[in-house]
Design a protein. Structure first.
Length: 219
């Protein structure tokens, strides 16, 4: 089943409660019912902060440390995250639309009921992350490292995985059939628990045979 289309700001159930964010993000801060609009955060330490029922639009995060921050029912639109540390963060019931993550650390993070629409992931470290009920819709995932991660009920409709790493992943009900492109750089032998199409299997056959140590010879 395809994920629902991305919502607009006014469609959020808490939109009427939002107030403009003024000030700065601080470590262990609490941020509820806020609209972060056009903000630029550079080298900010927002570790262990909590964001609940808040919206981010046109926001840029450059570097900065947000380790162990919590994002509960948040909405992100046209947000850029470059070189930031989001390791061990927790994401619940959240939606990201046209978000760009480049050189970003989200290793050890936990995501449940999160949808990414039209997002771009470039050299993102998601090692040891735990993703449950997550959808990547029409996204580009380039050089994304899922090494050692756990993925449960994860789908990739319309998305392109380019040189993805799946070393030692644990997959349960992961559906890759509707991915627009599937290029796996490493970890083919760890894809147990994933569902792929016949065409994808044929495309991957040479690399899969090599990963499994199979020799294919025709007389």
């Amino acid at each position: 089943m395809r994920a629902r289309p991305p919502r607009e700001l006014a469609e959020l159930p808490y939109a009427h409660r939002l107030t403009p964010f003024i000030g700065r993000i601080e470590r262990e801060g609490t941020y509820d019912w806020l609209h972060f609009d056009g903000c630029v955060f550079e080298d900010v330490d927002g570790g262990s902060s909590g964001f609940t029922e808040s919206a981010f639009s046109g926001v840029t995060f450059t570097r900065g440390r947000y380790r162990r921050a919590q994002f509960d029912d948040v909405w992100l639109h046209t947000v850029r995250v470059v070189g930031a540390d989001l390791a061990e963060t927790t994401w619940m019931d959240s939606e990201c639309d046209e978000v760009v993550l480049a050189g970003t650390e989200i290793s050890g993070s936990r995501m449940n009921r999160v949808t990414f629409h039209n997002c771009k992931f470039d050299s993102v470290n998601t090692r040891l992350a735990k993703l449950r009920n997550v959808s990547f819709v029409d996204c580009l995932l380039r050089d994304v490292d899922f090494g050692g991660a756990t993925l449960i009920n994860v789908t990739f409709p319309g998305s392109t995985l380019d040189r993805a790493h799946f070393d030692n992943v644990k997959l349960t009900n992961v559906d890759l059939r509707k991915a627009a492109g599937l290029s796996i750089a490493s970890g083919l032998e760890s894809l147990k628990g994933a569902t792929i199409s016949t065409c994808q299997l044929l495309d991957m056959a040479p690399a899969l045979a090599q990963a499994l140590g199979l020799t294919v010879k025709d007389d």
